[in-house]
Design a protein around this ligand. Structure first.
Ligand code: C2E
Ligand code: MG
Ligand code: MG
Ligand code: MG
Length: 292
C-alpha cells in the first residue's frame, strides 16, 4: 500500500489494510470534504496570566467531527493534512474562522486578547503566506498585534532558513511569533538563538513532572530564566494541578495554559469564561474574607 496508489486504487489495496491503516485511509479520503461538509470546528483554550489569573490570550485548536469515527484528534489528522497538502486550505480556514470569532468577541465588548493559531511548515513555506495572512486580517478586521502564530521546533528541520525568514516578515508586520512544544525538538537552544520570537511555549512534558523529578525541576527553572533573559514571554502548557500552578507562579512564569484553568471549549463557553472573570472573582472574595 503506497501513498500515491492508495488514493486511486483504494479498493484493491483495501483488503490488505489492518484496522489502523484502514482508519488512516478513510480519514485521508474524507479530509478533503471535511470543510465543505462542515465537520471541522474550533475549540478555544484560554491563556492565563500567571500572576493576575486574567485571560490574556486564546489558542484556536482544530477539531474534526467525523461521521463514522466520531471526534478525531488533531494529532491524528493534522499529519494526514500535512501529507496531502490539505493543511493549506484547512489552515487558512482555521485562521479566518478564529479571526472572525475573535472579532466578534471584541464587538461584544470583551477586551481584546491575543489569538494564537498553530501553523504547519507547509503553510509557512507557501509563496503567498504573507499575502494570505494579511488578507484574512484585513477581511476580518483583526489587528496584527492581536495575532500570534505558533510554530513547532520540527518545522525547522530541513527549512530553517526559509521558515526563519518568513517569521521575520511576520514580525515586521507586527504579528507575534511563538515557538510551540519548546524542548521536545532537536535543537531548541540553537533555534532560540536565531529566531525572532515573542513567546516560548514550554512543552507539557516538562510541567508534568515538575514536582516529581528534581532534574526536571531544575530544567524548568533554567527555561524560565532563559526566557526572562532573552526577553521572551514564557507560557507553560499542560498545567493541571494547583501545585504545578503555584510552582510556576512563584517562579514568575508569564502565562499558564492547562486544564487547571480550562480545557479547550466552544466559543459560547469561552465567552462565559471571559464574562465571569471566574478566577478574578475568587481572588476578590478571598481578599474580602480576609478583611472581614
Ligand atoms: P499544541 O499546539 O501544543 O496544543 C496544545 C495541546 O495540548 C492541545 O491538544 C491541548 O488540548 C493540550 N493541552 C493543553 N493543556 C493541557 C493539559 O493541562 N492537560 C492535557 N492533557 N492536555 C492539555 P489538542 O487540541 O489535541 O492539539 C494537539 C496538537 O494538534 C496541537 O498541539 C497542535 O500541534 C495541533 N493542532 C491543533 N489545531 C491545529 C491547527 O489548526 N493547525 C495545525 N497546524 N495544528 C493544529
Ligand atoms: Mg499550539
Ligand atoms: Mg504545545
Ligand atoms: Mg503540539
Amino acid at each position: 500500500y503506497s501513498k500515491s496508489r492508495g488514493r486511486d486504487q483504494g479498493e484493491i489495496y483495501f483488503s490488505t489494510l489492518n484496522a489502523k491503516s484502514f482508519k488512516h485511509f478513510t480519514l485521508r479520503n474524507d479530509l478533503r470534504k471535511a470543510i465543505d461538509k462542515k465537520q471541522l470546528f474550533i475549540q478555544y483554550m484560554p491563556r492565563v496570566d500567571a500572576q493576575t489569573q486574567q485571560i490574556v490570550g486564546v489558542e484556536a485548536l482544530l477539531r474534526w467531527d467525523h461521521p463514522d469515527w466520531g471526534l478525531v484528534s488533531p494529532s491524528e489528522f493534522i499529519p494526514i493534512a500535512e501529507e496531502t497538502g490539505m493543511i493549506v486550505p484547512i489552515g487558512n480556514w482555521v485562521l479566518r474562522e478564529a479571526c472572525l470569532q475573535s472579532k466578534q468577541w471584541i464587538k461584544k465588548g470583551y477586551p481584546p486578547i491575543v489569538l494564537s493559531v498553530n501553523f504547519s511548515v507547509q503553510q509557512l513555506l507557501r509563496n503567498d503566506v504573507l499575502q494570505t495572512i494579511e488578507e484574512i486580517l484585513e477581511d476580518t478586521g483583526v489587528s496584527p498585534d492581536h495575532l500570534e502564530i505558533e510554530v513547532t521546533e520540527s518545522s525547522f528541520i530541513s527549512n530553517e532558513k526559509e521558515v526563519t525568514q518568513v517569521l521575520g516578515e511576520l514580525k515586521k508586520r507586527r504579528i507575534k511569533v511563538a515557538l510551540d512544544d519548546f524542548g521536545t525538538g532537536y535543537s531548541s537552544l540553537y533555534l532560540l538563538m536565531r529566531l525572532p520570537l515573542d513567546t516560548i511555549k514550554m512543552d507539557k512534558s516538562f510541567v508534568e513532572e515538575i514536582l516529581l523529578n528534581p532534574i526536571n525541576k531544575s530544567i524548568v527553572i533554567s527555561i524560565l530564566d532563559l526566557a526572562k533573559s532573552l526577553n521572551m514571554r514564557l507560557v507553560a502548557e499542560g498545567v493541571e494541578t494547583p501545585d504545578q500552578y503555584t510552582f510556576l507562579k512563584e517562579r514568575r512564569c508569564d502565562e499558564i495554559q492547562g486544564f487547571y484553568f480550562s480545557p479547550p471549549v466552544s466559543p459560547g463557553q469561552f465567552e462565559k469564561l471571559l464574562e465571569n472573570k471566574k478566577w478574578q472573582l475568587e481572588m476578590t472574595s478571598e481578599k474580602k474574607d480576609k478583611q472581614e
